[in-house]
Design a binder for this molecule. Structure first.
Ligand code: MD3
Ligand code: FE
Length: 217
């Protein structure tokens, strides 16, 4: 089967699971795109370096972050927001590489979002022990647009809750090559990542890399 045929087959396969309303796990969806995706990430990181952002509360995040696209996600003492230029370089963020945009659009289309056109892609890199505490993604303007998440490198346990922080969470194990699309009612749900366990991945070494594609504005 070709890569394209494999993706079309996801529409009716057991590798596709809606673990909460509108939240679709596509196991192994990266498939044959892997080499191009990893090469594209290397290019982006070379142009816009990974850095640890500071939260508005003054805490340094354990994850290092960069972005590509017309706008990139920034956090500092002044708040969370999207900006057109990378504050680390003073230049516009690099464009979303074609291989990454194609992957995000194919995944969104596979679960009923054929018009998804991301203009921001966050790259989060987790060293062993790095985590992301439970939060909502509310810095975008149109919550009808889904978010597409691509997991690479070391495995991680994703936590997925409800519309309020106090609601119970489910744990979703995510592996290299998995893609999750968060649309509909899942778009504003609380979510996080448990500390990444020690390990070495054949392609990415002692790291997990997550891409999130968004229509930010
Ligand atoms: C559910 N990143 O960058 S991806 C983030 O693995 C973020 O790096 C995590 O949460 C990571 O904001 C989780 C999954 C994810 C991303 C965005 C969501 C799930 C989401 C937005 C709404 C609902
Ligand atoms: Fe998030």
């Amino acid at each position: 089967m070709s890569g394209r045929q494999r993706e079309l087959a996801f529409a009716a396969s057991a590798a596709r699971e809606e673990f909460a309303p509108g939240a679709w796990l596509l196991r192994g969806f990266v498939g044959a795109r892997e080499a191009d995706v990893l090469a594209a990430i290397t290019v982006v990181i070379g142009q816009a370096p990974l850095r640890a952002m500071t939260t508005p509360g003054g805490k340094r995040m354990s994850v290092t972050t960069t972005s590509c696209g017309a706008c990139g996600w920034v956090s500092d003492r002044r708040g969370y927001r999207y900006e057109s230029d990378d504050p680390a370089t003073g230049r516009p963020w690099p464009a979303i590489p074609a291989a990454l945009a194609a992957l995000a659009r194919a995944a969104a289309a596979a679960v009923g979002h054929p018009a998804f056109a991301p203009n921001a892609c966050l790259v989060n890199r987790y060293a062993v022990g790095a985590k992301m505490t439970l939060h909502q993604d509310r810095d975008e303007t149109d919550f009808a647009q889904p978010i597409v998440s691509v997991s690479l490198g070391l495995p991680a346990t994703f936590q997925f809750g409800g519309a309020e922080r106090k609601e119970p969470t489910v744990r979703v194990p995510l592996q290299h090559g998995d893609v999750v699309v968060f649309g509909g009612p899942s778009r504003l749900c609380f979510h996080g990542v448990l500390p990444v366990k020690d390990g070495v991945h054949s392609e990415l070494g002692p790291y997990r890399v997550n891409l999130t594609f968004r229509r930010a504005r």
